[in-house]
Design a protein around this ligand. Structure first.
Ligand code: BGC
Length: 711
């Protein structure tokens, strides 16, 4: 029986001031497993609380766990049920390692294509973000583990992330940046992590309006708000703004020592080094200043009680206070392995497939080219790095699957993902210098020769992104573009597999036959890739972000990104992602639009009709001779209202349907109210009366049928 609120209040009453304070900031975990650790109060049998990093799996120093695909790949499945199952699996793995909270999901919107952490986030669209947020949070919390959606809010870039102020209007906050967090709260998240950055001049740790007024009062969030690591700007300011728990609560040096973080990793000093006044952000605040602030009345005593009650309340909720927590932990189970592979395969997006270049035939002789094909692409650098329980490289996956021959050439030097962690970066250096399989050396000509002799060349290219830094360019690093061009020149048929954390430039795209975007697929990389390349799985992924020429994104102005004088101006307002490209018309044609993704099957759409005001139905036929999976999408076009600028269309709903050859099914899509309403600075949420066109189709630019609904 979980303790009630009254029981928790009684526990709070029986704590001394020192004991209360000791519960609201972190300490070094004596076990060395937790990313964040609260010691508990032995006198009253209050146990320890352990928080472990996500969101791509559970990160425990020195231990392995299931390395799931990056969040952006998960969103590309357009299948929130899989995200819910991932949440369950991550929670079980957390439990197996004695961790009570997962530091995830990452819910920042993909505003800037260059952001180094896009791989940890879901989408440029708030409805997709909110759906996946709710699903994964529900999954995590269903196992009595606390989810920690992060980073609240407007943490959309890594450059100067500790100081930059997102200068963002209320409408964009409400329509784009907040819905994911609100959905996570509604789904029962036990905690929320504040962002490093400032919003309209105030650090998020100290942002009373967003933390107390919006998150707690307006949305009714009754869990605890935890700071990002070293992201507490002040003791009094943060406590009175509503921050409940400071992490890590120890000095940077102590943290580096405890967790083997590479002191040279630019975790905190990213961007311009002068942006961080030494000692100011990296020293604990609550540990040193909170007690005296409560004694002086600068922080009201009942605020401290509330902080403690919120933390204990969540510990009680998961059964930790009455010793009932801990059943059901499991690590690296067959179910988790399968899920990691299903997610990776289903999130794989077929961007282009000319003349049926894919799927490969079982007996095709393959030239497998690329510097990373002998290692699974696990993720980007930073706090989300997971040591995988097992890993399958593209080379292994394809060799296992094919009946033909597989010749391998790296083409260029390895592209190494930067790591935060000492041992792993040492490993990475060793990896970078290690021999390629078969003693191969990087040689573009050898790769082209190899491609010339095979039935098909499969070139696997990757970017290298990390927390703490943004990408300077959307071009792939390390001469890989030249490698693709050389192979495409030589080969009869060229398939390019892109493993990236977000949109990248594809300058060679007209000269290759097929392009597959597989993001950071995680430990199941090679198996998932082989299943899609050979057609065992239909490529069911769709783009949760727009791919466009680098200069055409709305953040392509210094004052918007990375900002000037520590301010990033969100002047594009709600015109982010496809909302921008639709409004830009022919000035901003996407390379591949939001929602795009091909299937090996061919789908035909019938008429669509409204089912009441909140749903539409459409008949979809698989008009091919192969089974396939279609992601049917619905976008809403609002009526024109004088003086109001609105996106041309907004995603309102989607549903995936598996159809065998020749099968027809009526697919019903429910329409999110989010796509109908707009936020008016003086009126708040507003739904304009009128006719809304609902477009149903395969992507934001491939409309197959239309109907209208009214409001
Ligand atoms: C990241 C968080 C992470 C925390 C703890 C910070 O650098 O921004 O996402 O949870 O570290 O590792």
């Amino acid at each position: 029986m979980a303790l009630s609120d009254t029981d928790v209040a009684d526990v709070v009453d029986s704590l001394s001031l020192d004991e209360k304070c000791s519960l609201v900031y972190g300490a070094v975990d004596p076990e060395g497993t937790a990313t964040g650790y609260v010691p508990g109060v032995p006198r009253l049998d209050i146990p320890e609380l352990r928080l472990a990093d996500g969101p791509l799996g559970i990160r425990i120093p020195g231990r392995s766990s299931t390395a799931f695909p990056a969040s952006i790949a998960v969103a590309a499945t357009f299948d929130p049920e899989l995200a819910r199952r991932q949440g369950v699996a991550m929670a079980r793995e957390a439990k197996a390692s004695g961790q009570h909270a997962v530091l995830g999901p990452g819910l920042n919107l993909v505003r800037v294509p260059n952001c180094g952490r896009n791989f940890e986030y879901y989408s440029e669209d708030p409805v997709v973000t909110a759906d996946f947020a709710a699903a994964v949070v529900e999954g995590i919390q269903s196992e009595d583990v606390l989810a920690t959606p992060k980073h609240y809010v407007a943490n959309n870039q890594e450059t100067k992330r500790l100081v930059v102020s997102a200068e963002v209007g209320e409408r964009a906050l409400r329509e784009l940046y907040l819905p994911g967090f609100e959905a996570a709260v509604e789904a029962g998240a036990g905690s929320v992590m504040t962002a490093y950055n400032r919003v309209n001049g105030t650090h998020m740790s100290d942002h009373r309006r967003l933390v107390t007024e919006v998150l707690k009062d307006e949305w009714g969030f009754d869990g605890y708000v935890v700071s990002d690591w070293f992201g507490t700007a002040s003791a009094v300011g943060a406590a009175t703004a509503g921050l409940d728990l400071e992490m890590p609560g120890i000095s940077l040096e102590a943290l580096h020592e405890a967790f083997g973080i590479d002191p040279d990793a630019e975790m905190l000093e990213e961007g311009d080094d002068e942006s961080i006044p030494a000692g100011e952000t990296t020293t604990p605040k609550f540990a040193t200043e909170l007690k005296s602030a409560v004694e002086s009345g600068a922080v009201p005593a009942d605020r401290l009680d509330d902080m403690v009650a919120r933390i204990l309340g969540q510990m009680a909720r998961i059964g930790l206070l009455d010793g009932e927590w801990g059943d059901g932990g499991a690590l690296d189970t067959p179910e988790h392995r399968d899920l990691a592979e299903t997610l990776a395969a289903r999130g794989t997006v077929l961007l282009k497939n000319d003349d049926g270049a894919l799927p490969l035939s079982d007996d095709d002789d393959v030239a497998l080219v690329g510097p990373g094909v002998a290692e699974a692409m696990l993720g980007g650098g930073g706090s989300s790095e997971v040591t995988p329980a097992r890993e399958v490289s593209a080379l292994e996956g394809i060799r296992t699957r094919t009946d033909g021959s597989v010749a391998f050439e790296p083409g260029v030097e390895r592209v190494v993902t930067p790591s935060f962690f000492d041992d792993e970066s040492a490993d990475a250096d060793a990896d970078a210098a290690a021999d390629f399989p078969g003693g191969k050396t990087p040689d573009v000509d050898a790769a082209a020769d190899c491609a010339r002799e095979a039935d098909v060349a499969v070139v696997v290219v990757r970017d290298a992104t990390t927390e703490g830094a943004d990408r300077e360019t959307l071009r792939l690093p390390g001469g890989q573009d030249e490698l693709v061009a050389a192979v495409a020149d030589a080969a009869d048929r060229t398939v390019v597999v892109v493993q990236s954390g977000g949109p990248v430039a594809l300058p060679w795209r007209d000269s290759v036959d097929a392009i597959v975007e597989s993001w950071y697929p995680g430990q199941a990389d090679g198996d998932a890739l082989a299943s899609v390349l050979y057609g065992d799985a239909d490529p069911a992924g769709r783009l949760p972000v727009t791919f466009a020429p680098e200069g055409s994104y709305p953040t392509n102005a210094e004052e918007r990104f990375p900002g000037v004088d520590d301010e990033a101006r969100y002047d594009e307002g709600v015109f982010v992602g496809y909302r921008h490209f639709d409004a830009a018309g022919s000035d901003g044609e996407p390379t591949y639009p939001f929602g795009h993704g091909l299937s090996y099957a061919t789908f035909e759409y019938g008429e669509t009709e409204a089912r009441g005001d909140d749903a539409v139905a459409v008949e979809v036929t698989n008009a091919s001779d192969r089974d396939g999976r279609e992601v049917v999408q619905a976008y809403v076009r609002p009526p024109t209202v004088a003086g109001v600028e609105r996106p041309t269309r907004e995603l309102a709903g989607y549903a995936a349907v598996e159809l065998v050859a020749d099968e027809t099914e009526t697919v019903e899509l429910s329409l999110s109210e989010h796509a109908f309403r707009r936020y008016d600075d003086s009126e708040g949420w507003t739904v304009d009366a009128g006719e809304y066109v609902v477009e149903v189709g395969r992507s934001s630019r491939d409309v197959r049928a239309e109907t209208t609904v009214s409001r």
